[in-house]
Write a protein that binds this ligand. Structure first.
Ligand SMILES: C=C1C[C@]23C[C@@]1(O)CC[C@H]2[C@@]12CC[C@H](O)[C@@](C)(C(=O)O1)[C@H]2[C@@H]3C(=O)O
Ligand SMILES: O=C(O)CCC(=O)C(=O)O
Ligand SMILES: [Fe+2]
Length: 364
């Protein structure tokens, strides 16, 4: 990967302190119907309420498939920089720059839209704004990458999307959604659902930094905008989650090559009227080993109207969020820096306050 300029290093340097290990709950997706499945559904709901994050075992995704896709991606990242950059339009290759608003990390990645035809790049050639370009441009299958890497990523995506649906079905059971139980999974399985696959490669901290150098941000603190994200890694540490409570102290996620990790996204926080927590997370670069992660983002169709599910409004029957479409949320999110709170402008309380400030001529 390209070396860091001094200003870039200053932006991504982190204090050397290592956080404690997170107590991550596990959910067994293969629990048989009956008391074991009910217990798994309860554990899932508790994890989404507490951390917005959990580990999935019994997931049904063949380990060999995940490892083969990961090895093919690692092979791609090992290629010369020029060759990788040539693949920006076909594989959504990007390095160091995350999104289009100046965020940097010690990371290179592939970012692909998921369509019924498989994983395809987004119409725009600009890799740093790929998911945001999808708002305007849609996905292009004409420049779809071909070859073994693309085939493995496609196969992997199909398996992980199936697993994401199984997670959402178990979640719906745990939430007692009854007749509406299929609604959550349907959001990410329609032909036009806005799902993505991201493969991240975090090389070890570069030698140029020398001994006693600061830690480096691989992927800065953020929440994922979608419904859920399903992540696996090659077993190298680095992922950290913010713990609930004031201050949001960081805790590191013990790596597990054979399990998957699920993040509650902003959209699921809205659908549950804030009962589930969209987890803030980040990646800190490991100083010795490369980390490779593959993340499936399950997002809704563009025109989907998003608001708390009526069954989850709670006793007051008051929604904490105004209704919006996924297109609207994504367009607004694409204008934000990575670490910003993208939901605040959709919260009813804060927009009411803004309205009254505006009425009084005090708005900024
Ligand atoms: C700074 C940004 C990068 C991001 C789009 C955004 O404007 C804000 C959300 C970011 C994020 C985080 C989760 C996923 O990695 C991602 C693909 C997504 O959907 O939202 C990224 C976006 C990106 O890398 O472009
Ligand atoms: O690479 C990881 O482990 C996490 C990456 C991430 O949070 C993201 O791609 O949104
Ligand atoms: Fe993320």
């Amino acid at each position: 990967m390209v070396v860091l300029a001094k200003g870039e290093l200053e932006q991504i340097a982190l204090p050397a302190a290592r956080p404690p290990a997170a107590d991550v709950r596990s959910v067994d997706l293969s629990a048989p119907a009956g008391p074991a499945r009910e217990a798994a559904a309860r554990a899932l709901v508790a994890a989404c309420e507490e951390h917005g994050f959990f580990r999935v075992t019994g997931h049904g995704v063949p380990v060999e498939l995940a490892r083969a896709a990961e090895a093919a991606a690692a092979g791609f990242f090992a290629r010369p920089q020029g060759e990788k950059e040539e693949e920006a339009p076909t594989l959504g290759y990007g390095s160091k720059s995350i999104g289009g608003n100046g965020d940097l990390g010690w990371v290179e990645y592939l970012l692909l839209g998921v369509t019924p035809a498989g994983a395809v790049p987004v119409a725009s050639a600009s890799s740093s704004t790929l998911p945001c370009a999808a708002v305007a441009g849609g996905y292009s299958s004409s420049s779809a990458p071909t070859g073994p890497l693309r085939d493995l990523l496609d196969e992997y995506t199909v398996a992980v999307r199936r697993m994401a649906c199984a997670v959402l079905e178990l979640m719906a059971e745990g939430l007692g959604l009854g007749a509406g139980a299929g609604a959550l999974a349907r959001l990410v399985t329609r032909d036009d659902s806005d799902c993505m696959l991201r493969v991240n490669h975090y090389p070890p901290r570069p030698d140029q930094l020398g001994l006693g150098a600061p830690n480096l941000t691989g992927f800065g603190a953020h929440t994922d905008p979608q419904v859920i994200s399903v992540l696996r890694s090659n077993g190298t540490s680095g992922l950290e989650i913010a713990l609930p409570g004031a201050g949001g102290a960081w805790a590191s996620v013990p790596p597990d090559r054979d399990a998957f990790f699920v993040n509650v996204g902003d959209t699921l926080q809205v659908l549950t009227n804030g009962r589930f927590r969209s987890v803030r997370h980040r990646v800190v670069v490991n100083s010795e080993r490369s980390r490779v992660s593959m993340v499936f983002f399950g997002g809704p169709p563009p025109g989907e109207r998003l608001a708390p599910l009526p069954q989850l409004l709670g006793d007051g029957r008051r929604s904490r969020y105004r209704e919006f479409t996924w297109t609207e949320f994504k367009a607004s999110g694409c204008r934000t820096r990575l670490g910003e709170d993208r939901l605040s402008r959709f919260e009813i309380a804060s927009s009411k306050i803004r309205e009254s400030l505006a009425d009084e001529g005090m708005a900024q």
